[in-house]
Ligand binder design. Structure first.
Ligand SMILES: [Zn+2]
Length: 310
């Protein structure tokens, strides 16, 4: 297996352990290959004359909680016959390798835990960019062919103090996060004066936007506040009527979906699922927000959350 090559390499008879240096912030393992006769790649003569050494540094999994580097002292031979200088041949190791495969696997395992990318970078000695690059290689797209019996949707505010909201979709029965979206519009009464003024200016330019925003507020204040399915049926019917009258294209699809799933949506108001599960997820989201620190890219943040919950 490819992932084990470094283990095999370090165990092999061809290796000479030169030195182990433990600093405050990292461990360095120096090794070199046993000297043996090499065939000159230019003229074919056999030589075992050493010209010099160059150190190839390969980051490996942390030892004793410290970043660890293997310093492979690669030998250059020189041909006594034609003067050609060449590196010794090493079976086990790709020439330009900067980190071991088992370190990549280790980082992917750490990404599954609730640790920030900064912590992972510090303990392994690789850059945050490298951690991000590894995260980018993971596929976590949810499978929407089947949906759970019950789904819950929560809104939470991004950590950075902005007005961006995220919306998180949860399977409350399995206590599993299904997906996470960006939400653009915040509730009107949570906006600052300045943000309200900005919104007013936007509304002044667009009637559709004003109506859309009012519909959203109406939905939050009336429909979502219903205490049971009976109330919800009345309020949702009223809201669908308002949305239809708005004649805004974006709401057409929304009206269709609400009509098609009318019974399911309104029945959800009778299911006593919400509070306890929300509490649990609030804690989880707090952890995620801490993890999210440094995620400028929403899609990467989403991927991390889905990966941690897979
Ligand atoms: Zn030669």
């Amino acid at each position: 297996m490819q992932g084990n090559y470094i283990t095999n390499f370090l165990k092999s008879e061809d290796i000479i352990w030169e030195d182990i240096i433990e600093n405050d912030n990292r461990i360095e393992l120096y090794i070199k290959m046993k000297q043996k006769p090499h065939i000159c790649p230019r003229c074919g003569e056999i030589t075992s004359k050493i010209h010099d050494y160059r150190v190839q540094r390969i980051k490996d999994v942390p030892l004793f909680g410290k970043p660890t580097v293997i310093g492979l002292k690669k030998r250059r031979y020189v041909c006594k016959h034609c003067g050609k200088k060449f590196y010794e041949h090493i079976d086990y190791l790709p020439r330009y390798h900067r980190m071991t495969n088992r370190l990549s696997i280790y980082i992917l395992q750490q990404l599954k835990k609730q640790q920030s990318m900064k912590d992972i970078s510090e303990v392994t000695g690789v850059s945050i960019t490298t951690v991000m690059r590894l995260l980018d290689t993971i596929g976590v797209e949810p499978d929407y062919k089947t949906l759970p019996e019950i789904i819950s949707i929560y809104k939470f505010k991004e950590n950075s103090g902005g007005r961006k909201y995220h919306c998180i979709i949860v399977d409350p029965k399995e206590r599993k996060i299904l997906d996470i979206y960006k939400l653009l519009l915040a509730k009107y009464d949570t906006l600052t004066t300045e943000q309200k003024e900005e919104l007013e200016v936007m509304f002044w330019y667009s009637d559709d936007l004003r109506i859309a925003y009012l519909l959203k507020e109406e939905f939050n204040d009336k429909v979502l506040k219903c205490k049971n399915s009976k109330e919800a049926k009345i309020e949702l019917k009223r809201w669908i009527q308002l949305a239809k009258e708005s004649k805004i294209d974006e709401f057409k699809r929304c009206v269709q979906v609400f009509n098609r799933w009318f019974e399911e949506i309104t029945n959800a108001f009778d299911i006593p699922y919400t509070n306890s599960v929300t509490e649990g997820y609030n804690n989880k989201i707090k952890v995620l927000k801490r993890l999210a620190y440094g995620y400028r890219n929403f899609y990467r943040f989403r991927k991390r959350i889905l990966y941690c919950n897979a």
